[in-house]
Structure formats: structure tokens, C-alpha cells
Ligand binder design. Structure first.
Ligand code: ATP
Ligand code: MG
Length: 565
């Protein structure tokens, strides 16, 4: 592709609203342009890489028997009502004004609709159906460029099986295919288990990339590979030490002391000597959750323990529930269910609220004084804690979710009545799995892992071109002739070549653009070199430059392209 004719609008400056490297570089290299918050146009260079990613995905999903669909994004709302997901998606779903349509945020319902009444017998199973299509989600906070968009490209696959055992097989196929896809894309990733208790034993795993731009927090063990979302991650629990002797409980007047900080200041004690109280409402019933004063309740874990959604008790309800306002609530005399984090197990000589405003209680022995207390893991893992699998140290960091594989079971087929006849001629809902990949996130995550201060560094299957011919002074007849000859012959040899043949662009700009766009191999053609019959070859990732005799370039090109990546 000749750059004089190509639309690759590179930018020298860092765009104002871009913060993370991939976002900045995709804009600066002329790959994408924002149309509106969370809505991006892919320009030819960006779209070229997107097409390469989707081709890799296609090859790997076809290899496990996937069949590609193309489904409408404009959907009748009533189909989504069958599964209750108009409500579940809430404001994230785009609705078409005054019409009963929605814009699809994913396609479980539509694939199930097509399976219903068509996949009638176990003999027709399994099936793997997929598509690579635009999704719409009215994300509250679109950010990080294409990583969280309101319109984005997703590969979504769905498996239909006759049994949960067969679903395991379809799921494993996707698990393997995903690893191949991300390996081929040159991305360093790890897999996070998110076995969701509340979803009825169904299994789900997320493919993650470590990045400060991520919105997920994960705990990861470098040694054994244990990785889990912070919402479910566990570490070895170290309970607060139990003192040899338990004091008697006693009331302390604590005027105007509300927070744990204030209590610790007032009594000159450590946060860890306190049991912090949080009142939640679950199924209309109050529950007191206790946690060590220096920690916070992880509400996702709490919901998993209680098996239902929770909400914090409202200030105006607390007095009726406990007898006191927030800041003075505690386990002694609390009349409803009391649960506590495992770290507090059998703790003694603790301080907590007295369920009476402006009073606290000291000398609490949870074992002695709160006999009906139940203990669960209610807190979030922190960096440096011990891995539950291997005993090494865990690291907690931010990550971006690239893909998600999920055993759905019969949630959608049951809701929509998509049944098949099993071996015994009995009606049975199709057993489903769903498997997503954010295509633009693959591109953004690749760049997050492959760049330097000059620009993007392409390597492997995602590179938009094999090599970049940079002609320094195209007005010079020798340069023009030799550059064009190189371009024609290398293209004819089957290499994809970007050719900077722009006439009125200075050498410095051309070098900067070449490094910014990041094609792995640059061949610099200038009149000075040509006088000695040579060109300069530069490997983008190492910055290494060598002079190569013009006549040798054709015999060396295969090795050079390989070496450059
Ligand atoms: P997230 O937690 O990041 O919102 P999700 O759990 O909503 O993701 P899924 O519904 O499982 O995502 O969608 C499958 C894949 O689509 C995700 O793994 C992710 O790569 C991609 N994806 C989801 N939302 C967006 C978005 N707003 N912009 C770009 N890609 C997205
Ligand atoms: Mg989401």
C-alpha cells in the first residue's frame, strides 16, 4: 500500500482525552477515530488488524466445529422479555424510541430463538453456532478507548448439547480454542475461574490481561497459576489471635464517636481490636455482618453466602433494627441474624457498638457472648496474602477481560421453551454454553503489551504489514526507481508492504511515522545509501539497523522478515 494514497492520519501529539497507551497509540497511528463517547470508527489501518483478529478467531472456532451466523442487531423486545433480560440489562440496553425494538447487547436469546423448534432431536446435537457482530451497550462510563465502548465487536458462540456431560465437552473445546486464539494473537493472558455458586453450579472462566486500565481486580499466584476475580478470590485465612484470657464485657461511654477511626483514637486501640458492624437487608430481613475494623465487607461474597441480593440498611431503618444509629451498632443484644468474617473467628477482647447511641462495648468474646454467630469468608483478598493452593504469595492487580466462557445450562432454553427429544423420547431443554470475545479488546490489549515510547511494535500474526519501505527523498530519480522496484518485487513475492512514497514529507517525519505505526521491518531507501548500492534495514522491536547491499535484499528478505517478527 502506497502511503501517498493511503488514509493513515497519524498524529504527533497525544490526543487530549486519551490516557492509556493503547488508546493514545491507536489514535496517533491513525487506526481509530472517536465519533462520540464510547463510539469509535475504525480507519483502514485499524480495520485491517481487526480483520486479521477475526480471521484467527474464525479459523479456531471453525476448527472445533463452529458454524458462523450473522444475526440482526435490531431485535424485537418481546424476545428479550421471555428471559427477563430487558429488566436485567436495565439502562445498559438501548431501546428504540416509540417502537418495540432493542439493540442487541449479546445474542443468547436470538440464537435460542433459532434453535427452538429446529434442534428437535438429540441426534442433531451438539451444535456450535457463532457470529462476529456488533453489540450495543449503553455503558455508564465508556472509557479507555475501544476497551469499553457503547458499540463494539464481539465474537459470540453458543453451544447446544443434550446433556451436561456433553456441555463439558463443548466448553472444553472452547477453552482450548480460546488459548490458541490468544496465543496466536501474541497476547499474554491468564485464566480466572469464576465458579458462581448462586448460578447453580455452572462454571465460567474469564480470559484476562493484566493492565492498570482494567476494570476487574484479580488475585493471581505466579507460582501455581491460581487466579480468581477479587469477588470470589480466597487466601489462607489467618484469624485474629485469641487472647489467653477473656475480659468481662463492659460498656464504655463514647460520646460522638461514630467511625472506627474515631473509636480507635478515643480508646487508643488498634483497628484490629474492633469488630466493625454493617447492617444489610436480605430478603427483607436484617443481617448484621461483622468484620475486623481495618477491613471492608465484600458484598459479592456476602450475597453468595446469603444466596440473595443484599442492600445496606438505610440510616432511618437502623434504629428500629438495632436500637442505635450507624456507628453504635454491635453484636451484643442484636436481635437478628449475625454473621462474621472468618478472620474474627473466636476473637476475644474485642470492641464493638453497644446498640445504644454514644456507647460501645469492650471485652467481647465472640465465642462466649455471641453463641449464634456464623462465620464465612466475607473479605477481599489483598496482595501478599498466602495462596490457598500452593502457599506462595498472591498478587492483586487490575485486569481487562478479553473473553468469557460460560456454562449456561438450561437458563435460556427453559425460559424460551427450546426443547429437544432425548434418547428416551422425552422433552428436555437444550443444554447451552456461551462464549464471548471482545474483538477490539484483543487489539487494544495487544498494543498494551507491545509498545515503546516511539509507538506500536507489531509482531506475529497481527502485524498489519510485513515490511515498511521508507523512501527518504522520492523526488530523487534513483530513490524513486529503486523504491518502486523493491515495492513491486516484494509485493509480488507475497509480502504485504507499506510504502512511504510521500513526496513532501521530511525524513524525520517519515522515521517517526514508521516507528509509530510499528511495522516490524523497515527498509530505508535514501540517495546517499544508493550511491553505495545499499539500503538500511531496521528491526522495529530492537531498533537494530544494518546496511544491506541492494542486490542481496531479495535473497535475504525471508530471513529479515522472520527475524523482525
Ligand atoms: P465487562 O465485565 O468488561 O463489562 P461483560 O462481562 O459485560 O464484560 P460479556 O457480556 O461476557 O462481557 O461479553 C463478552 C466479551 O465482550 C467480554 O469478555 C469483553 O471482551 C467484550 N465486551 C463486553 N463489554 C464490552 C464493551 N463495552 N466494549 C468492548 N468490549 C466489551
Ligand atoms: Mg459489561
Amino acid at each position: 500500500m502506497k502511503q501517498s494514497k493511503a488514509f493513515i492520519p497519524t498524529l504527533k501529539e497525544v490526543p487530549a482525552d486519551a490516557v492509556i497507551p493503547s488508546h493514545i497509540l491507536m489514535i496517533r497511528a491513525g487506526m481509530v477515530k472517536m465519533l462520540s463517547a464510547g463510539i469509535y470508527s475504525f480507519l483502514p489501518l485499524g480495520y485491517k488488524v481487526i480483520k486479521q483478529i477475526t480471521e484467527i478467531i474464525r479459523e479456531e472456532i471453525d476448527a472445533i466445529g463452529g458454524q458462523e451466523f450473522h444475526l440482526p442487531a435490531l431485535n424485537p423486545r418481546e424476545i428479550w422479555e421471555e428471559t427477563g433480560r430487558v429488566e436485567a440489562f436495565g439502562d445498559t440496553m438501548f431501546h428504540i424510541k416509540n417502537r418495540d425494538y432493542v439493540l442487541a447487547p449479546t445474542h443468547e436469546e436470538i440464537m435460542t430463538f433459532h434453535a427452538k423448534g429446529i434442534l428437535k432431536s438429540y441426534k442433531e446435537l451438539p451444535q456450535i453456532w457463532y457470529q462476529i457482530q456488533t453489540k450495543f451497550r449503553n455503558e455508564a462510563r465508556p472509557r479507555s478507548g475501544v476497551i469499553r465502548g457503547r458499540q463494539f465487536l464481539m465474537k459470540d458462540a453458543y453451544s447446544f448439547d443434550k446433556s451436561f456431560e456433553d456441555l463439558d465437552v463443548s466448553y472444553e473445546k472452547h477453552n482450548k480454542a480460546y488459548r490458541k486464539i490468544f496465543d496466536r494473537c501474541g497476547i499474554k493472558y491468564f485464566v480466572v475461574g469464576a465458579s458462581s455458586g448462586a448460578m447453580g453450579g455452572s462454571k465460567s472462566e474469564e480470559f484476562m490481561v493484566r493492565s492498570d486500565a482494567g476494570e476487574d481486580t484479580v488475585a493471581h499466584c505466579e507460582k501455581c497459576g491460581y487466579a480468581a476475580n477479587i469477588e470470589v478470590a480466597q487466601s489462607v485465612i489467618e484469624s485474629v489471635p485469641r487472647h489467653e484470657e477473656s475480659k468481662e464485657i463492659y460498656e464504655i461511654s463514647t460520646p460522638n464517636v461514630k467511625s472506627i477511626d474515631e473509636l480507635c483514637d478515643f480508646l487508643k486501640i488498634d483497628e484490629r481490636e474492633t469488630a466493625k458492624s454493617r447492617v444489610y437487608i436480605c430478603n427483607d430481613e436484617p443481617v448484621l455482618a461483622l468484620i475486623s475494623g481495618n477491613e471492608e465487607i465484600n458484598e459479592t461474597k456476602l450475597e453468595a453466602v446469603l444466596g440473595a441480593p443484599v442492600r445496606p440498611g438505610r440510616p432511618e431503618e437502623l434504629k428500629e433494627i438495632s436500637g442505635a444509629d450507624a456507628g453504635s451498632i454491635g453484636p451484643i443484644g442484636f436481635k437478628h441474624r449475625i454473621i462474621a468474617d472468618l478472620r474474627l473467628k473466636d476473637g476475644n477482647n474485642l470492641y464493638s457498638g453497644a446498640n445504644k447511641n454514644d456507647f460501645h462495648i469492650g471485652g467481647i468474646d465472640l465465642k462466649r457472648d455471641v453463641p449464634n454467630i456464623e462465620y464465612f469468608d466475607l473479605r477481599s483478598v489483598e496482595s501478599g496474602e498466602t495462596c490457598i493452593r500452593c502457599g506462595e504469595k498472591l498478587e492483586v492487580f487490575k485486569a481487562i477481560e478479553l473473553g468469557h466462557i460460560f456454562k449456561l445450562g438450561t437458563r435460556y432454553s427453559e425460559a424460551m421453551g427450546a426443547n429437544f427429544l432425548d434418547v428416551n423420547g422425552k422433552d428436555h431443554p437444550l443444554v447451552m454454553g456461551s462464549y464471548g470475545i471482545g474483538v477490539e479488546r484483543v487489539l487494544a490489549c495487544y498494543i498494551e503489551q507491545h509498545y515503546d515510547d516511539k509507538g506500536i511494535i507489531w509482531e506475529g500474526e497481527l502485524k498489519p504489514f510485513d515490511l515498511h519501505i521508507v523512501s527518504l527523498n522520492i523526488k530523487n530519480e534513483d530513490v524513486r526507481r529503486e523504491s518502486n522496484k523493491l515495492y513491486d518485487e516484494l509485493t509480488a513475492k507475497g509480502y504485504s508492504v507499506l510504502f512511504d512514497d510521500r513526496a513532501n514529507v521530511q525524513a524525520g517525519f517519515k522515521f517517526n511515522d514508521a516507528d509509530l505505526i510499528g511495522v516490524p521491518l523497515q527498509i530505508v531507501v535514501g540517495d546517499r545509501g544508493l550511491k553505495e548500492n545499499s539500503v538500511e534495514v531496521k528491526i522495529r522491536k530492537s531498533g537494530e539497523r544494518t546496511k544491506v547491499n541492494l542486490d542481496e535484499i531479495y535473497s535475504k528478505i525471508e530471513d529479515l522478515v522472520k527475524e523482525a517478527g
